[in-house]
Design a protein around this ligand. Structure first.
Ligand SMILES: [Zn+2]
Length: 512
């Protein structure tokens, strides 16, 4: 059993042997605070102060240096991290003693300027051997392909790799000017350089993962039936590496490929991997590898990390509990076309100074209560922090977008402003929109032009709005949440949502 070999490795230590312990997390996604999980039976798990305590304990119980690595996607996902655009996460990681991190796709969510600021604040390097300035073979100045870490007489090369498919899953402007190359050749190149520089161990941190079949296994047991990109990358390597720690799929992975351990530690700070490596006589042994659960109630959280996370939590609470407006009546999200959605579309239209607006229902995440609304209520209404953008579209493109909003079942799945759409729910898809009228009563022709406000997600073709993808989009400079807050505040208080029907079903009698 894997755990049993841990003690054995300690007993077998021979003079001159180089030893290294590597602990790793991935996809923490801003989960800096301990919390129960769906599977923890009410017990709190994780949080950066708790992880830091486990890292310290792992280092203290090992006779040799310990490295702490991240497989990426560290910042995006919770209010405590997102409201500082990841600064809170970086400060917590600094204090928790991370030594290096692979660059995850979600690191790009707030744009390259913000990412570079976060990288500057990090006391550890961000690594991406396969990230290049477009049209070159040079890495951007703010990432490094690999680093040599000298600790306790051991030289460890850490090679970092970004997700090769990042440009296909983030907004185009987030990765403008960058190219993501194949992983394996970039690792091979870095590993060659690292060995030539005298590395005792070469460890790969990669934002790429696997999925395993897990029939009720304990976290520390080996995984079975694993497939995934990280294993394909491991198979494609020509240079020898000693350990691969991954991420991205949010799974627990404890496996190996060609004798090289491949590990992934779940997500949301609910797991961390531990691997011990020993090298003597030109041979490297993997003594122990596992994923463990950082139970929050079985350690004393690291006080320095807890202080940082606690301060951010208080700041965020002060913001999230602050009142922003008051609402005359509770608003739900029932039906595809509802007053709350119309109110939001009005907000988009207002801040973008557009003739029309469209808000996809998928971006509307909760209803709102009557009475005082807090920033936290609005944050939960629209947690994605998308920019409101404007596109000058033809009537024909808008009609195609509205057809998409009618989806498969002929029911609207978006809320609009500035227009009234007459549609025939029974008509075949593509022929359901009968007319689009502007607020002044004019009917929009297919060749007419109209300025349309929507989220950058919709404008980039998300949720099936591919007809908008090719149309140039101007940023309003206002985030979706701020657009709706600004609109709510501009209304007489308590604010009321619009009751006018903007999607009007009509039955067109084919006999007439
Ligand atoms: Zn990811």
């Amino acid at each position: 059993m894997l755990l049993a070999s841990c003690a054995a490795a300690g007993a077998q230590q021979v003079p001159g042997e180089k030893r290294l312990r590597v602990v790793h997390t991935n996809d923490v996604h801003g989960h800096l605070l301990s919390a129960p999980t769906p599977w923890s039976g009410g017990r709190p798990v994780g949080g950066m102060a708790v992880l830091a305590a486990y890292f310290d304990s792992a280092a203290a119980h090992f006779d040799g240096p310990t490295l702490v690595l991240s497989g990426g996607d560290d910042m995006q996902g919770t209010a405590v991290s997102n409201l500082s655009a990841g600064r809170a996460a970086i400060q917590a990681m600094n204090a928790a003693g991370y030594d290096a991190a692979a660059l995850g796709n979600h690191e790009f969510d707030w744009g390259q300027d913000t990412l570079r600021a976060r990288v500057r604040e990090s006391r550890f390097p961000w690594l991406a051997a396969n990230l290049y300035l477009a049209g070159t073979t040079r890495n951007p100045a703010w990432v490094r392909p690999w680093v040599m870490i000298r600790r306790g007489g051991v030289k460890v090369a850490v090679v970092g790799v970004a997700l090769a498919e990042t440009p296909r899953i983030v907004l185009p402007d987030r990765v403008a000017g960058l190219e993501f190359g194949p992983e394996a050749p970039a690792i091979d190149r870095s590993a060659r350089q690292a060995r030539a520089a005298g590395a005792d161990f070469v460890v790969v941190a990669i934002h790429s993962g696997a999925v395993c079949t897990e029939p009720g296994r304990a976290p520390e047991e080996a995984s079975t039936g694993c497939t995934g990109d990280v294993l394909d990358v491991a198979r494609a390597l020509t240079e020898r590496v000693d350990l691969i720690v991954g991420g991205h799929t949010h799974r627990r992975v404890v496996t190996e490929q060609g004798g090289v351990p491949v590990l992934e530690a779940g997500s949301y700070s609910e797991g961390f991997s531990v691997t011990d490596l020993a090298r003597s006589g030109g041979r490297t042994r993997v003594a122990y590898r596992a994923v463990r659960v950082p139970w929050a109630d079985s350690v004393h959280p690291d006080t320095a990390v807890a202080r940082i996370v606690g301060a951010w939590d208080r700041r965020v609470r002060a913001v999230s509990e602050s009142p922003v407006a008051s609402l005359a009546a509770a608003l739900d999200t029932v039906g595809g076309d509802f007053p709350l959605g119309r109110l939001m579309a009005d907000g988009f239209r207002r801040v973008a100074h557009a003739q029309a607006a469209l808000v996809n229902d998928g971006s509307i995440r909760r209803g709102l209560p009557a009475g005082t609304l807090t920033f936290g209520d609005l944050y939960e209404l629209q947690p994605f922090k998308n920019m409101v953008v404007v596109q000058d579209v033809t009537g024909g493109v808008l009609r195609a977008a509205l057809e998409n909003a009618l989806g498969k079942n002929g029911k609207p799945d978006a809320n609009v402003a500035g227009i009234t759409v007459a549609y025939d729910p029974a008509a075949p898809a593509g022929a359901r929109v009968r007319s689009v009228r502007l607020d002044d009563g004019r009917e929009l022709g297919d060749a007419d032009r109209i300025s349309l406000a929507s989220s950058e997600f919709v404008a980039a073709g998300g949720d099936g709005y591919t007809m908008l993808r090719g149309v140039a989009a101007r940023s309003s400079g206002v985030l979706d949440i701020d657009a709706v807050i600004a609109h709510l505040r501009a209304l007489p208080q308590p604010a009321a949502a619009p009751t006018d029907k903007r999607w009007v079903p009509v039955r067109v009698d084919p006999a007439r």
